[in-house]
Design a protein around this ligand. Structure first.
Ligand code: TRP
Length: 443
């Protein structure tokens, strides 16, 4: 139950290229097959709206990126694969987070600052063409992560600041409203290559130097032949240092193949021969996926079904958390009792408080506590203080909270799953427990 949760999002504003494949898709697919973790992969289409106002591009990119992940071997049964805009709890949480984050923090965000700096440099108004969406980008991203209480977020270096901000938001929310969020961590994958593009700079849409992940074999060949090299003639030994072609080859080849390629360079093969070998090596890896990719693109209904299933599983986690958060901040059913705070004690009438005898007499409660053994426990008591359920000890308070959450959202249905962690109170019948949980779920 303490499974590490990984989460990664990809903005759906373009066509996937080899850089995305090497830097993000391939390592994520491998990771999802490997360890015993719960992984979340999502199409960040709300984020895409910050980058483009072309609806066709957003739609097409969402289709292409979803098809690419699936073609590359992402198994939607092993991970939670979904589309951000299918989870309305994400923008709702973003609003909550925006209310606990200082505006000054966002003023210092790299992407926003870069846009402002550029405006200042050209003498324009500092905020010219800067949308509130761009400004709020880190808040939406924090909501993506916190809504699933992800522990680890694999990202490129350019995203580390955003994770710092997500940690900041999680911390200030927890500080005000109690421990609801895991503080997420950025995972920078040092062994994952940053692929150079055609011109040797980082492969990126913004430099227009990309090689599409999925195009025809002929197009792939044409693009690989377009990779810039120096002008050393056939027969002269070639250097692999700072050679984009070599680095791209290396990202696909194993150690033996790479060593052989080094020899080919040293032996003075022509650039044309080398490019042909590089092309064949990339194509060898991509070709088997090409057919799967095309058949997915041709079957958008299948992708929709996969994403709908992912969204349902994601929302099964997001909805109860959001319910808990709404309650925590005070967005509550007005029929539930409110604690007696400074504001409402001034009035004449005495409201029923959570700790008043009336309140205690009318509903069951969960009590969390820590024992001398350092473990975290909880029990469920009924209106008269009788113990209905007693938990075993948990290493982490969050683990205890997770079980309480399941019980307060799913009611008695959650009892079987957590049976190993729960014992019945001595005088409590199954019916007593079911009734108490039903009362809690209803709130
Ligand atoms: N900002 C990320 C990018 O542009 C995409 C993204 C959106 C993301 N939300 C996220 C990544 C949450 C990790 C976690 O690459």
């Amino acid at each position: 139950m303490n499974t590490t949760r990984f989460l990664t999002g990809i903005t759906t504003s373009g066509s996937p290229h080899l850089g995305n494949y090497v830097g993000s898709i391939r390592p994520a697919v491998r990771a999802s097959l490997g360890h015993n973790a719960l992984s979340f992969y999502f199409l960040a289409d709300y984020h895409a709206l910050i980058k483009t106002d072309n609806p066709f591009r957003v739609q097409r990119s969402t289709l292409e990126i979803a098809a690419s992940w699936l073609a590359a071997g992402l198994d939607p049964a092993r991970v939670i694969f979904y589309r951000q805009s299918d989870i309305p709890e994400i923008p709702e949480l973003a609003w909550f987070l925006s209310c606990v984050l200082g505006k000054g923090v966002l003023n210092r965000a790299h992407a926003y600052k870069a846009a402002v700096d550029q405006n200042v440099a050209t003498g324009a108004d500092p905020d010219a063409d800067v949308s509130v969406g761009l400004f709020m980008y880190p808040v939406l991203m924090a909501a993506d992560i916190l809504i699933f209480n992800a522990h680890q977020v694999p990202v490129g270096r350019d995203q580390v600041q955003h994770i710092e901000m997500a940690r900041d938001m999680a911390g200030s929310f927890n500080h005000r409203y109690g421990d609801h969020f895991v503080i997420p961590q950025a995972v920078i994958e040092a062994h994952v290559a940053t692929l150079p593009g055609l011109d040797g700079r980082k492969m990126s849409k913004s430099y227009d130097n990309t090689i599409l992940l999925f195009s025809s074999r002929a197009d792939l060949q044409k693009r690989v032949y377009g990779i810039v090299t120096d002008s050393s003639a056939p027969g002269t030994p070639k250097s692999t240092t700072d050679c984009a072609l070599f680095q791209i080859y290396q990202a696909f080849a194993n150690a033996d193949e790479t060593a052989k390629m080094q020899q080919t360079f040293a032996a003075g093969a022509s650039w044309a021969e080398i490019k042909q070998q590089v092309f064949e090596r990339i194509d060898h890896e991509i070709a088997p996926m090409r057919g799967r990719y095309q058949s997915l693109i041709d079957n958008p209904a299948l992708i929709e079904a996969i994403l709908a299933d992912g969204a349902a599983r994601a929302r099964a986690l997001a909805i109860p958390l959001m319910r808990q958060l709404r309650h925590a901040v005070g967005l509550r059913d007005l029929r539930t009792s409110t604690p007696n705070d400074d504001h409402n004690t001034q009035g004449a009438a005495h409201p029923v408080t959570a700790t008043s005898p009336q309140a205690r007499a009318t509903r069951p409660v969960f009590k969390q506590y820590r024992e001398g053994d350092g473990q975290f426990y909880f029990k469920l008591t009924d209106a008269r203080g009788r113990t209905l359920l007693q938990s075993t000890g948990f290493d982490q308070p969050q683990s205890a909270a997770q079980v309480i959450l399941a019980l307060t959202t799913q009611g008695a249905a959650a009892l079987t799953e957590w049976a190993g962690h729960l014992t019945h109170g001595e005088t409590a019948s199954d019916e007593d427990i079911a009734a108490a949980l039903a009362a809690l779920v209803q709130r």
